[in-house]
Design a protein around this ligand. Sequence first.
Ligand SMILES: Cc1cc2nc3c(=O)[nH]c(=O)nc-3n(C[C@H](O)[C@H](O)[C@H](O)COP(=O)(O)O)c2cc1C
Length: 167
Amino acid sequence: MTDLPFMQKSAEVIKQLMEGGGGFLTVATPDEVNTMTIGWAQLGVFWNLELLTVAVRKSRHTFWLMERAVDFTVSIPWEDCSRTLAYCGSHSGREGDKFIACGLEKRAARKVQSPVVSLRGLHYECRTAFKAPMDTRFLNSEMESLYPQRDYHTLYFGEVLACYETD
Ligand SMILES: Cc1cc2nc3c(=O)[nH]c(=O)nc-3n(C[C@H](O)[C@H](O)[C@H](O)COP(=O)(O)O)c2cc1C
């Protein structure tokens, strides 16, 4: 395991999210752990905090869990996980345990309750610092077209407590 500055691999992270099939957003409540595929995220600084921000639509089971949890993790694979990412991006944790269905392993996180996905890749452990449901009054017309079902995102700003690579 190699600790890294949180922005060190930002270009590779965005490439994997946008072109490589995505990453895993994993969240645990006391009763349940779930993971889902994400394609959008932001790395940056607000409030003097190093942040990883994710966007979760209200229809996701993950949304329900994020609203109850205090932290989350994001795992970015450097190996080919395309089948697993496709599964976790098209099946809901409401229907069954995706870790079992995909043969995915969890690995305990170092600083947060939510585990990471055990894979060769980069992991962010995040404590939710702030959340912002989209205020639809401020959407321009092009943005509104992304939401024909009005299934808007909530943005979760996670303070990055640990960032590391695993083999
Ligand atoms: C490549 C890819 C990227 C995705 N990115 C997001 C995302 O950033 N935010 C989101 O809410 N859903 C995203 N999804 C959809 C969710 O992964 C999908 O609806 C998933 O089944 C939700 O699982 P859950 O109900 O267990 O939370 C993405 C799906 C794919 C295939």
